[in-house]
Design a protein around this ligand. Structure first.
Ligand SMILES: Cc1cc2nc3c(=O)[nH]c(=O)nc-3n(C[C@H](O)[C@H](O)[C@H](O)COP(=O)(O)OP(=O)(O)OC[C@H]3O[C@@H](n4cnc5c(N)ncnc54)[C@H](O)[C@@H]3O)c2cc1C
Length: 489
């Protein structure tokens, strides 16, 4: 079969394009090299939907972010992913920084960013965010900025795309692309695909994919950002707090998550290895020091995890969204921050390119933009829960005690469209392992459930795909095997 469009890369960008395309009467597939979607940059970032004032005006990412931010309200309603416009503060700690904030405000308002205001009244600032440092002299308040869970949103996009007919192929690393007679032949580790159009959304590896069709006109370098995550309810922040940005990044922020945690980070280190997501003592020290300038009482004793994400930094420092010279091949590369904020606008732009390429965009009669809200134990009233447990006992079996996740939520995550097949897949879809004990209690039970539901052995269950198995065999079987070897001898 020949697809109309194949998307390479199942991060937030690829999945957002897939979902947008799923509206049309087209044959669409998404190919991802990892065992799950949302495994790259999309998994580890700040999860901030930026208002859009931060990027310089000459970059396309500024307009795409401003537009993308506006599109979030409808998308969150349709796809039922958690998103809150809690607003952000850029914090000035010295009088001479106020001028800079005022300039940002003026330009931002001209560009259509709603509600931007400069607040100089310290009492008002402290009222709006009691945890902010006493050294604050003023803030730029952007009420349209919000927080989102980047991976939960990506799963929602993929589920809705799949419901509307997009095919997802995970564990399919693209290794070769041939272009002949206006058809692309895409070779992967696990099969060959044909398509009239290809969208390269391969994140850090987008240059490699582009070079497969002979297009070598940009470089992508990894830039690491480390984080410290604090336990739920250790601190309650109302606002996303940014320092005055530097030339290379928006700086080290302190931010709440939708699940009641707080985090501090990221720093910005240029590295060479596109797989290095280690954290370092020096890096963690740097982000703590940075975070404490904004929130002096960061709850260090309640830190539950350190992690790092890799930005895909293009040499142009702007998004590379190109209808290329190879007919039907679209690059969506170098999607650094604010890529998450801009994804819906990026998808619109890509659809425009496909239209220019002559792809017929006829809306499907049965297109359904709604992805049903997953039932969550925590959101249910006692009566609803009682009823659910009476109907299905798995709602009453709590697998993750830190986050109060019943077996039923795990089963739903496995059996959803583009469902979880790994322990991390479960963790990122419905949170077992995200709490204080970090999976110490629930992991064996999650392995057991995956093994049973996917009909695979315990040894075949992995953390996140190939070579990440937890178990190598049953202890007693080893002993028996050894005895048998002894008998044979
Ligand atoms: C530290 C940090 C903080 C950030 N904070 C924010 C923020 O607060 N707000 C914001 O808007 N943006 C933020 N960003 C940027 C945002 O995370 C990215 O713009 C976004 O996640 C990019 O998504 P993507 O789909 O392009 O890339 P990815 O998520 O990396 O997806 C690319 C996918 O392609 C797959 N792939 C690669 N090669 C192949 C192949 N050969 N075959 C098949 N598949 C392949 C990969 O496995 C991967 O899943 C941040 C980024 C970082 C690192």
């Amino acid at each position: 079969m020949i697809y109309d469009v194949i998307i390479i890369g199942g991060g937030v960008i690829g999945c957002c394009i897939a979902r947008t395309l799923s509206k049309y009467d087209l044959k669409v597939a998404l190919i991802e090299k990892e065992a799950d979607i949302a495994s790259g940059t999309t998994k580890a970032n700040s999860g901030v939907v930026h208002a859009g004032y931060a990027a310089p005006r000459e970059y396309s990412k500024r307009d795409l972010c401003i537009r993308g931010n506006k599109l979030y309200t409808q998308a969150a309603e349709e796809l039922n992913f958690p998103f809150q416009r809690i607003g952000s503060f850029v914090v000035a700690l010295e009088e001479n920084q106020i001028k800079e904030l005022e300039e940002e405000r003026k330009l931002g308002i001209q560009d259509g960013i709603p509600g931007l205001e400069l607040i100089l009244d310290k009492q008002k600032i402290k009222y709006m965010e009691p945890n902010i440092t006493d050294n604050v002299v003023g803030v730029l308040h952007a009420p349209s900025a919000g927080i989102v869970s980047p991976y939960e949103m990506t799963f929602a996009l993929a589920e809705n795309a799949a419901m509307n007919g997009v095919k997802f192929f995970r564990n399919h690393k693209v290794s070769k692309i041939k272009h002949q007679n206006y058809i692309f032949t895409i070779t992967t580790k696990s099969g060959v695909f044909k398509s009239r159009n290809v969208i390269n959304a391969a994140g850090l590896f987008a240059r490699k994919i582009s070079r497969m069709v002979g297009l070598d006109y940009f470089e992508i370098l990894p830039r690491k950002g480390e984080y410290i995550l604090f336990d739920r309810n250790a601190m309650h922040l109302n606002k996303i707090l940014f320092p005055i940005p530097t030339k290379v990044s928006k700086g080290i922020l302190v931010c709440p998550t939708l699940h009641g945690n707080t985090f501090v980070g990221p720093n910005a280190q240029n590295i060479n290895d596109k797989k290095d997501i280690s954290t370092t003592e020096a890096g963690l020290k740097e982000i703590l020091e940075g975070g404490r300038l904004l929130v002096p009482n960061l709850p260090l004793r309640a830190s539950i995890r350190n992690f790092a994400g890799l930005r895909a930094i293009p040499d142009s420092y702007d998004f590379i969204i190109d209808n290329t010279d190879i007919y039907g091949f679209i690059n969506v590369a170098g999607i650094l921050s604010p890529g998450l904020s801009s994804c819906f606008a990026i998808a619109e732009k890509v659809i425009g390119f496909l239209e220019l390429l002559g792809v017929e965009l006829k809306i499907k009669e049965d297109y359904n933009p709604i992805r049903p809200k997953p039932d969550r134990f925590k959101d249910l009233s006692k009566e609803e829960l009682d009823r659910k447990i009476m109907e299905n006992a798995s709602w009453g079996r709590i697998i993750c005690r830190c986050e109060t996740i019943p077996e039923a939520e795990i089963l739903n995550a496995i059996h959803a469209p583009v469902g979880a097949t790994t322990v991390d897949g479960i963790k990122f879809r419905c949170r077992p392992g995200m709490g204080r004990c970090q999976g110490g209690f629930c992991r064996p039970r999650v392995i057991e459930i995956l093994s049973r539901e996917l009909n695979i052995s315990y040894e075949e269950v992995t953390k996140r795909g190939e070579d990440t198995n937890f178990l190598v065999g049953k202890t007693k079987e080893f002993v028996l095997d050894e005895l048998r070897v002894g008998e044979e001898e």
